[in-house]
Design a protein around this ligand. Structure first.
Ligand SMILES: Nc1ncnc2c1ncn2[C@@H]1O[C@H](COP(=O)(O)OP(=O)(O)OP(=O)(O)O)[C@@H](O)[C@H]1O
Ligand SMILES: [Mg+2]
Length: 264
């Protein structure tokens, strides 16, 4: 049974989709079967993976109860598009609305080692569905003023999901993302997070670089486009596996991948 990890944040543009995409890339390169589920009506993750715009059915159909998850998986991506915004509205009026994704994904989890879920830039019903469907939550936080408040708010929703719907939900931690560590405020943001959340803050910090936008535009993974930067995600991927337990062999393969991509 796949372990499911949901990446969320309180606001937009914190690097969630890039994280899901790049982590999936890392894990696939070390031989794990990874399903990527797009829960954002913007469909950025689906675009990253080049899912055709007319792919059907999609996440919207799954959440509307009109398709099975297995039929909506296209090349190991469960894609989303604007139709998901409408599906969210309809879902809002239904019984068990917070459990819909969990139930749907249960049919396909057996085929994968990991399921990574990308959330929309809000803490509404879609994100709650993503949390209830998950074993683990990871918060992505941009290194900005008010980072701490954003993480606190995201964590409140994690706790709400845990208390009222899904007691086993585990908060894996928070990653400081898109961080220019030359700037005082980025270093302060990291320190504030560490003061508040201690070891829940991942050691790996994802550095800010224009090369992410360039690599996305060219449809090339950051691991190939700028391996020195991709090293941040290799480190994060390793820390995640370490926190999940039981991935010793995979972590060995990850070390080998790192040695290959980023020679010392
Ligand atoms: N480490 C980084 N450094 C610089 N730019 C980055 C980095 N990671 C992602 N980006 C860029 O920042 C923008 C936002 O990233 P991304 O789409 O991953 O964030 P998001 O949290 O998924 O956004 P949304 O909330 O809108 O879904 C994109 O243009 C992406 O290419
Ligand atoms: Mg996104």
């Amino acid at each position: 049974m796949a372990e499911t990890i949901t990446v969320l944040s309180q606001k937009g543009g914190t690097g969630k989709t890039t994280a899901v995409r790049t982590l999936a890339d890392v894990y696939r390169r070390i031989g794990l079967e990874v399903l990527c589920a797009d829960l954002d009506p913007q469909g950025n993750l689906s675009d990253y993976f080049d899912v055709p715009a007319d792919a059907s059915p999609t996440m919207a159909d799954v959440l509307a109860g009109q398709a099975k998850a297995a039929d909506a998986v296209h090349d190991d991506v469960l894609p989303a598009n604007l139709g998901l915004a409408e599906a969210e509205l309809v879902l809002g009026g239904k019984m068990g609305r917070e459990l819909t994704l969990r139930r749907s994904l249960s049919e396909v989890r057996g085929y994968y080692d990991l399921v990574l879920v990308d959330c929309p830039p809000s803490l509404g019903l879609l994100t709650v569905n993503a949390l209830v469907a998950a074993d683990h939550a990871v918060i992505s936080s941009e290194a900005e003023y008010f980072s701490l408040q954003g993480v606190e708010q995201a964590l409140e929703v994690v706790e709400l999901a845990r208390d009222s719907l899904h007691p086993e939900l585990d908060w894996l931690g928070v990653v400081l993302n898109i961080a220019d560590m030359r700037l005082v405020h980025a270093r302060e943001a990291l320190q504030q997070l560490r003061d508040r959340f201690g070891e829940r803050v991942f050691e790996a910090v994802i550095r800010r670089s224009v090369r992410y936008a360039e690599s996305a535009e060219r449809g090339v993974s950051i691991l190939d486009y700028a391996p020195d930067l991709g090293a941040d995600y290799l480190a994060l991927a390793d820390e995640l596996l370490a926190r999940l337990d039981g991935y010793r062999e995979e972590r060995g393969r990850l070390a080998a991948l790192r040695a290959e991509l980023v020679p010392a």
